[in-house]
Design a protein around this ligand. Structure first.
Ligand code: ATP
Ligand code: MG
Length: 283
């Protein structure tokens, strides 16, 4: 049995649950308790605030966890970063009132900066030789300059809309974050093996995301060009049709390239093009 800590509610909860589901693990959401046993895998799910996940994994209350890299870096607990998960992307940036003239990071010398990430910020300032006053604030950091309690802020930015509506402008991107799978550094052999199995499944889910399975009928003379358009894992699969001179061609493509490839395949004579979603891709 292995225990995973995930966020109870918030920005990472839904995608953490669906990643586990896609990996074949059943989590009963409506009967949510602090700790639940999953189906389909020897796994227990511990629901926590994201702030508490790095510590719970470091101390062994949970064996593994899904949390933002920002929380891992801020809290500083010694955990293993097993895998970047490709969701929950954001950055932590310094922002100043838009009326300020900003040229370089020296601007922050002697300034008061409001943040919920004092450790990441003080490491950044130390590296750059900046001496500023860091104010640790738990709530709405972005209103601190207008309220007169800080000169600048260091906060999570994703689209930048919140900054604009508070009259702030982003001046330094300091830390890039995404959700990661973390693990306790001293897992037993049994738990390590369960982690490997889970990781194998998670990787299959991540690799398949954004991919489409494409099949079509193709006249023999177009095969060479089609293979150039569709480089697949080894090469596309080719099967003869009952009608002489025609083949069925199968391949996996990136979704963002799908329409471009379909247009080019039609031009060389592809017919009956079928696009299917890829559920898992085991490489
Ligand atoms: P909790 O109640 O669990 O402490 P929270 O309010 O601290 O929740 P959320 O706002 O749910 O946290 O964000 C969780 C994580 O989602 C962040 O730590 C960060 O890694 C990631 N994230 C991605 N985009 C954003 C964003 N625009 N704002 C805040 N966090 C974001
Ligand atoms: Mg939190």
């Amino acid at each position: 049995m292995i225990r995973i800590a995930i966020q109870t509610k918030g920005r990472l909860n839904e995608q953490s649950v669906s990643l586990l589901r896609d990996a074949g693990i059943n989590i009963e959401e409506n009967k949510r308790k602090f700790l639940t046993k999953a189906g389909g895998f020897p796994l227990e799910v511990l629901y926590l605030r994201d702030d508490d996940i790095p510590q719970s994994v470091a101390m062994g209350a949970a064996d593994i966890g899904i949390v933002g890299m920002n929380e891992v870096a801020e809290k500083g607990f010694d955990v293993e970063i097993v895998k970047k998960l490709g969701f929950g992307g954001c950055r932590i940036s310094l922002a100043v009132p838009k009326t300020e003239r900003y040229e370089s990071v020296e601007y922050f010398n002697g300034k008061r900066i409001a943040t919920s990430y004092p450790n990441i910020l003080s490491r950044f300032f130390e590296e750059r030789g900046v001496k500023a006053e860091i104010h640790n604030i738990a709530g709405s950091v972005e209103i601190a300059p207008a309220a007169g309690i800080a000169d600048a802020i260091f906060d999570i930015v994703s689209s930048g809309g919140t900054l604009v509506s508070n009259g702030l402008v982003e001046v330094e991107r300091v830390f890039e974050s995404e959700a990661v799978l973390i693990a306790n550094k001293e897992l037993s052999a049994e738990k390590r093996e369960l982690l490997e199995t889970l990781l194998f499944r998670i990787e299959a889910v991540l690799v398949s995301s954004g991919k489409k399975y494409l099949l079509m009928n193709l006249p023999e003379e177009a095969i060479k060009e089609a293979i150039e358009i569709l480089p697949a894992m080894r090469s596309p699969t080719l099967m003869p049709l009952a009608q002489p001179g025609w083949y069925s061609l199968h391949s996996v493509v990136e979704e963002r390239e799908l329409w471009d490839k379909v247009d080019r395949l039609k031009k060389i004579g592809a017919e009956g093009i079928l696009v299917l979603s890829v559920d898992k891709l085991i490489v």
